[in-house]
Each structure stands twice: as structure tokens, then as C-alpha cells.
Write a protein that binds this ligand. Structure first.
Ligand code: MG
Length: 266
């Protein structure tokens, strides 16, 4: 019994000493990591050098130029895949409502997109029928299939708030109305994270969009509920890399113009 008791005492002493030592070692390790700033510094891989545009909004050196005022070589008509027939004049691109939506030849997954648009100063109409266009962040088929970021003149024009400019159409009300007047050029800067689908077609991770309208944050990493629908709820259907599409909306108001469109695949 005596021997056992001694053993027990020794074990307790040993464990206490060990704990003390371990604690000291831990404290020492923490102190060492605080002393050595290099332990928390990363040197490789080195991010690529990207030369920014001369002024904010100009394409940086690694951008894919989708429209620079010269031609529509990067675009096709959605309906039949023929060359895009919107009007190019004086370095700007104007919607042709008779020829319908256009989309990029190239497909994209995650990207940063910049574009500029102008509602004409002689715009007429109201509600959704006043300078309606849109950017489909991924075009998943003919017509308006895809995920639409709305373009609309809401300078002095009311409509349902989840359908005004800056909305993910019928999904997400913009955080602000940052409209400029008709006749003035306006900017969209967009970060698109494409949805990811499992092999069985289910959504592994939903799409996300961050949008600045004229430099003002209007969508903050919004998680999309699916593709845009005019009637009914948004839905997901598996797809891969997709074109970016611009909308020729069927309303009777004067057509919207675009310029300076570029994208940086991420
Ligand atoms: Mg639209």
C-alpha cells in the first residue's frame, strides 16, 4: 500500500512538472512566434503584375477587350449565332431592338467585368418601358435565359424595386439608386462568381455577384437564388462556362448605348 501511495504521489508530481514544462514551452513558442515576424510572411507565389488603365475604368493590361469602339468581332446574335448586328458608330455601340440580344463568342466562369452605358437624353416611356436593357452575367441559352443584372432609367422613374437598375432582376433590390441623368454615361463594375454544380446537376455552390453602379455598391456579394425568371421563382440548372449577354429589350423606348466593355477572367 505504501509503495502504491508513493507511486501515486510521484506520478502526480511528475505530471504537474510536465504540465508546467509544457505550459512554459507553449508560452515560449508563442513568444518566439511573436518575435519572428517572418513566420507570418508569405513570399511565393508572387501575384502577376497588372498595369492599370491610365484612368479609372480604362482596361488594365490583362483584360479581354469585349468592345473598344471599333467593331463587334467579339459578339454574336443570340438567336442564330450570326455576327452581332447592333449599331457601331462614333466609338459607341447602340442596341438594335430588331436584331435582339447579343452575347460574347468567348465563355467565362468567374470574372471582373466593366462596362459603360448611356440612356439616351430623349428617352421616353415609364416603368419597365424606359431605357430597359440588361447584362446577363451568364447566358445559359436563347432569349433572356441566364442571370440578369438590370439596366433601366430610374433617374425619375418608378418601378418595382427588385426590377430597377442595379437589381439582380426579380431577386435582389439594389442597396442604392445611383442613377445618373439620361444622356450621361454610367458605369457598372461587376464581380461574378459562377455557380458550381455537382456531377448530378445539383448546386454545389450558388452564384454570387458584387456590383458597383457609378462607383456605388449596389450588390454586396449577393448569393443568387438561380436564373432570372419573369414569371415564377428563380431556378438553377447545371451549366458550365457561359457567354456574357446584353439585352435588346422589346419595349418601345429609345435604345440604350454602350462603350468600353472589358472583362478579366479570374
Ligand atoms: Mg432588362
Amino acid at each position: 500500500m505504501m509503495q502504491l501511495a508513493c507511486s501515486s504521489v510521484h506520478r502526480t508530481l511528475f505530471l504537474s512538472a510536465f504540465s508546467l514544462l509544457a505550459g512554459t514551452t507553449l508560452v515560449r513558442a508563442q513568444a518566439d512566434s511573436l518575435d519572428d515576424h517572418k513566420l507570418t510572411e508569405i513570399y511565393t507565389p508572387v501575384p502577376p503584375v497588372v498595369t492599370p488603365g491610365a484612368k479609372l475604368g480604362d482596361a488594365p493590361s490583362d483584360a479581354v477587350i469585349l468592345f473598344d469602339g471599333k467593331n463587334l468581332d467579339q459578339w454574336v446574335t443570340v438567336a442564330d449565332g450570326s455576327p452581332a448586328k447592333w449599331d457601331v458608330a462614333k466609338d459607341i455601340l447602340t442596341v438594335s431592338k430588331t436584331s435582339g440580344n447579343i452575347q460574347t463568342k468567348q465563355t467565362f466562369s468567374n470574372y471582373q467585368l466593366h462596362l459603360e452605358y448611356r440612356i439616351p437624353s430623349n428617352i421616353t416611356g415609364e416603368d419597365q418601358a424606359r431605357g430597359n436593357s440588361g447584362v446577363f452575367l451568364a447566358s445559359t441559352g436563347k432569349g433572356d435565359a441566364g442571370y440578369e443584372l438590370q439596366i433601366l432609367d430610374n433617374y425619375n422613374n418608378k418601378t418595382y424595386t427588385n426590377g430597377q437598375v442595379g437589381s439582380i432582376y426579380k431577386q435582389s433590390v439594389p442597396l442604392a439608386n445611383a442613377c445618373r441623368k439620361p444622356g450621361e454615361w454610367q458605369t457598372y463594375d461587376i464581380v461574378w462568381t459562377a455557380p458550381v454544380f455537382g456531377t448530378d446537376g445539383t448546386v454545389a455552390s450558388p452564384a454570387r455577384a458584387t456590383v458597383f453602379h457609378n462607383g456605388v455598391l449596389v450588390q454586396n456579394n449577393f448569393e443568387l437564388k438561380g436564373q432570372t425568371r419573369y414569371r415564377g421563382k428563380p431556378y438553377y440548372q447545371a451549366h458550365g462556362a457561359s457567354p456574357i449577354k446584353l439585352q435588346a429589350h422589346g419595349d418601345k423606348s429609345e435604345p440604350v448605348s454602350f462603350r468600353n466593355i472589358w472583362v478579366r477572367p479570374l
